[in-house]
Design a protein around this ligand. Sequence first.
Ligand code: GTP
Ligand code: MG
Length: 177
Amino acid sequence: MSEISKKVCLIGDFGVGKTSLIRRFVDRQFSDHYLSTVGVKISRKVIEFKKQNQAEMLNLQLIIWDIEGSAKFKAIVPSYLKGAIGAIIVGDLTRQETINHLTDHIQLFLSINSKASIVVAFNKSDLIESEQSNLLFQLNFLTRHKQVSAAYLTSAKTGKNVDRIFHTLAHQIIKPE
Ligand code: GTP
Ligand code: MG
């Protein structure tokens, strides 16, 4: 069995749910309690793949960098992003300004890792009513951001699309050039 490790980052404004998405994915847990991340926290999770047309299994260890959303430390964020091969950019559907800032986060990430894969999480989807209009919005977002390979409505609270978004990113990462 072959094994590789790859660094991915979660980026977005403060309080959008970056830590909660990681906690749901890695520990299968959620808490309503808000404890803002200071600096960066690193988690690890192994995903098993069966390579296409090959019998061999591949273990991909995601090294997940949870980066604080606070603007106060913006100057040091670029150093946290270095060496990442993928990112989940997170916005909070209940706070429009966090959605408006997605483009800035995408650009900052790409300015450091120009070839990396990007997926977008529209998080806290359990708190919004109209899925339909948000799906349309999501589609519109994807057509305007060609560098983003997928976008999902997620909920760290219910678990909706959480595994899917991490697995989509993982597939992008191991995809042959
Ligand atoms: P910083 O570390 O400050 O940048 O914040 P963060 O992006 O890591 O956000 P965090 O995961 O700490 O979540 C902030 C708050 O939102 C917490 O109270 C969470 O419980 C809540 N939250 C996160 N995701 C969801 C979600 O999908 N649904 C709901 N209802 N609440 C959520
Ligand atoms: Mg956090």
